[in-house]
Design a binder for this molecule. Structure first.
Ligand code: HMG
Ligand code: MG
Length: 301
């Protein structure tokens, strides 16, 4: 273990595999497999697991079973199970399922707002504002995402000021945390640092990197150096976004934990159990995990 100056002692890993990972699978994963997956993640030490989403079921059929999943889930004390919610209809459904934490998800670009939310850059807020207000009235915690923070496939690079404007608006609604989503994985460490510094409040930020161009860990290190200590990651590196073709896998949780462990940063996660979960899931999905660490730590026959 070799520490580096200027990094946090502890990092919260915000696990998105059951939501961001499974929303992009071609096949619909059976609900009992999802429930076991989430329970295995809790057993491996995760304290925050984004479980599913309450979006329109025809938009993301892979997660249409969200109410059924939450009814089956044995929610463990001390573990948070946030869900994605786009609008009031989604919030009603989430509340009916006894959810205690939600995440709204905005876009930093007009094109992706249109494709992912059927709304414009500005009108997406008409959808989120009443959701956040009502969720806070019900005592829920509300996270916010902003997607396409470094660039999008239709508009090219996203101006830093545009991301900060969308992100600040979300924080001002009362969201406790803002996750910066590099949905198509085009960011590099200098860009990540510049964006975090432009916000000026790293303690309220999380980062959500996709590994499309192999930059996710480098960007994570830059974010840690800039004062961020909540990192989104997905079991085995699964994931993507059905409304952004070029979005491939998220930063793999195991790759993240390997780096953090080497840096002497606490996560509370058991790497062996994480790898075993990824291998178990890969068997169910019918293809190997894209995570380098999972591959390296899995015995070859
Ligand atoms: P819309 O078609 O504009 O919806 O979709 P609407 O408000 O016009 O309503 C149309 C009908 O749908 C109505 O029914 C509603 O009740 C119903 P009708 O009255 O006609 O019978 N409806 C719903 N039903 C169930 N649950 C709901 C719901 N909402 C409306 N929640 C909408 C707008 C936002 C709903 C749609 O665009 C949508 O669901 N989008 C979500 C797409 C998605 O989940 N994308 C992936 C997640 S984002 C992501 O991956 C990025 C992230 O990971 C970060 C990163 O990587 O950067 C977070
Ligand atoms: Mg994502």
């Amino acid at each position: 273990m070799h520490r580096l100056d200027g990094l946090p002692d502890r990092v919260t890993v915000y696990e998105v595999g059951p939501r961001d990972g499974l929303q992009n699978e071609k096949a619909v994963v059976p609900v009992e497999v999802k429930a076991e997956f989430i329970d295995r993640l809790a057993d491996a030490g995760h304290r925050v697991i984004e479980a599913t989403s309450f979006v329109h079921p025809t938009w993301v059929p892979q997660l249409a079973d969200s109410a059924d999943l939450l009814a089956r889930l044995e929610r463990r004390p001390g573990v948070r199970y946030p869900v994605l919610v786009p609008n009031l209809r989604g919030l009603d459904r989430a509340l009916d399922s006894g959810v205690e934490e939600i995440a709204v998800f905005a876009s930093a670009t007009e094109s992706f707002a249109n494709r992912n939310l059927n709304r414009g850059l500005d009108s997406q807020f008409e959808m989120f504002e009443p959701v956040v207000a009502r969720a806070l009235e019900h005592g829920l915690r509300v996270r916010a995402y902003v997607s396409m923070v470094f660039g999008d496939p239709w508009e090219g690079p996203t101006p830093v000021g545009q991301v900060v404007a969308v992100g600040r608006r979300l924080l001002d609604l009362g969201c406790h945390e803002l996750s910066l989503g590099d949905t198509i994985g085009v960011g590099t460490p200098g860009h990540a640092t510049a964006l975090i510094e432009a916000f000026g409040t790293p303690e309220r930020l999380a980062v959500h990197f996709h590994d499309t161009y192999g930059q996710a860990l480098a960007n994570t290190l830059a974010a840690l150096r800039a004062g961020v200590s909540t990192i989104d990651a997905s079991t085995g590196g699964i994931g993507g976004c059905p409304y952004a073709e070029s979005a491939t896998g998220n930063l793999a949780t195991e790759d993240l934990v390997w780096m953090l462990r080497g840096l002497g940063i606490e996560t509370g996660l058991d790497l062996d159990k994480l790898v075993a979960t990824s291998v178990w899931l890969a068997e169910r999905l019918g293809r190997p995990s894209p995570s380098r660490v999972v591959q390296a730590l899995t015995p070859k026959d």
